[in-house]
Design a protein around this ligand. Structure first.
Ligand SMILES: O=P(O)(O)OC[C@H]1O[C@](O)(CO)[C@@H](O)[C@@H]1O
Ligand SMILES: [Mn+2]
Length: 440
């Protein structure tokens, strides 16, 4: 693509991409194999010998996949019957055409974003080929565990929200803004809790989420909260009673992070800053902890049946909002393709058109940031708008903790200062951005 820097890739020895492909991805595959192995009895109880057979086959396909990855074999076309297969295979051809005739796209040579997404899609293919365990979510167990490990933080957050809602009608504009900033930051830091950076190890929220915000403030490297607030409060003031203000949240991880997103959504609706929230999740298990429809429904159910009254109150409210149609859950196969978001208008026109209806799109997490910026070797000071490369369906912002080495929109010298003092600042999840683009 003209005018944009090179993609991050495993071919850059010593880069985070290189270490991810060399160490972390095989580790994730090993965990998947182990999970299947440990659930053998369950498959037998549910499906008899056919279940065992399917488990064995899936494990053998996944071991082969791990070997292909570790020996940098060429990427092969997908061959299951799911509707995204033509797009994946066209993308492989596209990557092929970028190379000179003798080379083939492969795990360490092709763009990191592509090969990492490809691995998760191949895991899914292995299962799809093996009914009756074809709809088994190999990451479910880790997601459930991380939800329960964050119980205390979830209770603290649900309690905070319910207290806040008691007198939300009486808050003046300044107080409303303060609460908005708090819950936006809670949702930002909720993104620390993904399970792919830790290769599935426990990474759950333990500390009290609202209390720790002050200490974290200096770790926000780009803070566009004021611009986001102006957009919301102005549209609230302008809105007539029949008009809709819509915010879309492109979700990232299930577990604690999803709760922070639901809390933010509830606040936006209850304060009447917005009248509709649209969530966007993944169609298939993705990057270990990403939210699927199943995870979303499971989470609401957990809240409904929780022993804690504030948790169950949240569950009741959120189920009510879903029934009323003011909280809408969508999924679209584009989110589990390898494409940068700047290709969305061509590759998934329907989704782009849907997002154009939004007043503000909030993209959660690191992977979404990589896709927004094309996962390229941008200079730190390149404006966010430029890195978006014409992706502007509506005003948008990213809430992301840094877990990979792409970052744009910094002040001159800001990035360089970290390079010297904290070499792992871009991958450790300690820093975050609230980065806004007004679009057009
Ligand atoms: O859940 P998130 O925030 O998108 O993070 C996903 C993780 O996976 C990665 O893509 C690396 O494997 C990182 O970019 C990030 O650490
Ligand atoms: Mn994720």
């Amino acid at each position: 693509m003209a005018g944009v820097p090179a993609s991050l890739a495993g071919s850059f020895k010593g880069s985070f991409a290189y270490f991810t492909i060399k160490d972390r991805l095989p580790q994730i595959l090993t965990r998947v194999i182990d999970t299947l192995h440990r659930h053998k009895n369950e498959f037998f109880e549910e499906h008899g010998e056919k279940g065992i057979e399917a488990e064995k086959n899936t494990i053998s396909i996944l071991s082969k996949l791990r070997n292909e990855l570790q020996t940098d074999k060429p990427l092969v076309p997908l061959d299951d019957k799911l509707p995204d297969v033509p797009l994946w295979n066209q993308y492989l051809e596209y990557q092929q055409n970028l190379l000179d005739g003798n080379e083939q796209p492969s795990w360490f040579q092709s763009p990191w974003l592509y090969v990492e997404c490809y691995m998760y899609r191949r895991i899914h293919e292995a299962l799809v080929h093996n009914p009756p365990i074809d709809d088994y979510d190999v990451f479910k167990e880790a997601k459930v565990q991380s939800f329960f490990e964050s119980q205390q933080a979830i209770i603290a957050l649900c309690t905070y929200l319910q207290e806040l809602l008691k007198n939300i009608e009486d808050l003046d504009e300044k107080q409303l803004q303060e609460e908005f900033f708090k819950l936006l930051q809670v949702s930002l830091w909720g993104n620390k809790c993904d399970l792919s950076i830790s290769a599935g190890e426990d990474n759950s929220q333990k500390a009290s989420p609202v209390k720790s915000l002050d200490n974290l403030k200096t770790s926000i490297l780009v803070d566009d909260m004021e611009s986001i607030w102006s957009l919301l409060i102005n549209s609230k003031k302008r809105r007539t009673s029949k008009e809709v203000t819509r915010v879309d949240i492109v979700l990232d991880n299930a577990g604690y992070e999803l709760i922070t997103d639901l809390v933010l959504a509830d606040f936006l609706l209850s304060s009447k800053l917005v009248s509709e929230i649209h969530f966007h999740g993944k169609c298939i298990p993705w990057y270990v902890s990403d939210t699927t429809k199943q995870d979303f429904n499971w989470t609401i159910k957990q809240l409904l049946s929780a022993n804690n009254r504030w948790m169950s109150r949240c569950g009741i409210n959120w189920e009510g909002s879903i029934k009323k149609g003011v909280l809408v859950y969508h999924d679209h196969m584009f989110w589990t393709l390898p494409h940068e978001f700047c290709s969305m208008a061509q590759v998934a026109t329907d989704l782009y058109t849907e997002l154009q209806k939004s007043h503000l799109i909030i993209f959660k997490g690191d992977l979404n940031y990589r896709k927004l910026t094309g996962d390229r070797k941008w200079e730190f000071t390149v404006p966010f708008h430029q890195a978006l490369n014409k992706f502007h369906p509506a005003p948008l912002c990213s809430l992301r903790t840094l877990k990979s080495d792409v970052q744009v929109g910094l002040k001159p010298g800001q990035g360089e200062q970290f390079v010297n003092s904290e070499p792992d600042w871009m991958i450790c999840g300690k820093y975050g951005v609230v980065q806004f683009d007004a679009s057009l």
